[in-house]
Write a protein that binds this ligand. Structure first.
Ligand code: PLP
Length: 339
């Protein structure tokens, strides 16, 4: 039995999800004639209280489309130094949109309204790039699944309104945040101009993200998605997995969060572990002490069929997900205890 804690993207469709995919009614989505895709887009948009949604093959493409939608070349987006759009999207902001990132030195991938204020460039100064956009990530990936305080987001929204800035949410793991904090998607829909939501992370679909926003935003995004090569044909087979996930895999995220906390406790008692970061959702970040090297730790666990990765800067990461069961949790905890 292989136990894969590398990412929540490693899940495979459940038999029920596969059945829903097989039975999907499809059409050519480039002509907007795939009923399953249309249903998914409407469903997520309604969930967040937004006007419209658009299905994408990846979260990267959904985020990059949002950046292109909201900016002109030479402008600037304010985001955290750990932001996915800056670190893990292949240099997309500069390549796709010709924009730069103005990085905030935040805490676990999160920042304050005051820090945003300090980064906004003066529109009348011809030397500095025009600030057009603020980007937030919830939960934060590199920040270890940390959840934002919605009151701080409200303050950032106010700063954006005062300075005529757009606010985009990278909500790859927004459902983890909503479940952990017992908040509603509609509250988030009210605060952001656009939100990207991953179906292929905690929700367990094999592929797909949705961007939600106004009719106007989504109309423009259709053209950008085409330009990026993301217009797909009978893609309802994949959207069906997303629809299934929204119906069946949201509440169970609480199980992932509980298992992550239990793993964290086991790690804290492991004599090789120096520190475990606070665990709020399904990501566990921890640091090893001098008794063992990262490579030895990873390869020992690999010899026990337990997979995890290092994120650099001495950070080790484990992520719980739909395919990580209670029985697997017990195996990992016992293995850590016996090390
Ligand atoms: C996974 C992830 C994405 C999207 O990644 P894809 O692999 O392109 O779907 C975007 N933002 C964050 C924070 C992520 O963790």
């Amino acid at each position: 039995m292989e136990i894969n804690l590398i990412s929540d993207t490693v899940t495979k469709p459940t038999p029920e999800m596969l059945k829903a995919m097989m039975n999907a009614e499809v059409g050519d989505d480039v002509f907007m004639a795939d009923p399953t895709v249309l249903a998914l887009q409407e469903k997520i948009a309604a969930l967040f209280g937004m006007e419209a949604g658009l299905f994408f093959p990846s979260g990267t493409m959904a985020n990059q489309t949002a950046l292109k939608l909201h900016t002109q070349p030479a402008e600037q987006v304010i985001c955290d130094k750990w932001a996915h759009i800056y670190n893990f999207e292949g240099g997309g902001p500069s390549f796709n949109s010709g924009i730069s990132c103005n990085l905030i030195d935040g805490y676990r991938g999160m920042f304050t309204a005051q820090q945003v204020l300090e980064r906004i460039n003066d529109k009348n100064n011809i030397h500095t790039p025009i600030t057009s956009l603020v980007e937030i990530e919830n939960t934060t990936n590199k920040g270890g699944g940390a959840c934002w305080d919605i009151n701080e987001i409200k303050k950032i929204r106010k700063v954006c309104d005062d300075h005529k800035l757009i606010l985009h949410l990278d909500g790859a793991r927004i459902f983890n945040a909503l479940v952990a904090k017992n908040e509603s998607p509609k509250e988030y829909g009210k605060l952001f101009d656009t939100i990207s939501i991953c179906l292929s992370k905690g929700l367990g679909a094999p592929i797909g993200s949705v961007l939600v926003g106004t009719h106007e935003h989504i109309k423009k995004s259709l053209r950008i998605r085409k330009l990026f090569g993301g217009a797909m044909r009978q893609v309802g087979y994949l959207a069906a997995a997303g629809n299934f996930a929204l119906d069946h895999h949201i509440e169970r995220l609480a199980d992932d969060h509980r298992r992550a906390k239990e793993l964290g406790e086991a790690l804290e008692h492991c004599r090789f572990v120096k520190e475990v970061e606070p665990i709020e959702t399904n990501i566990i970040i921890f640091y090893l002490n001098d008794l063992i090297s990262q490579d030895d730790f990873v390869s020992y666990l690999k010899s026990k069929n337990i997979l995890l990765i290092s994120m650099g800067e001495g950070k080790m990461r484990m992520v719980t997900h739909l395919d990580f069961t209670e029985a697997m949790l017990k195996v990992v905890v016992d293995t850590l205890k016996s090390m």
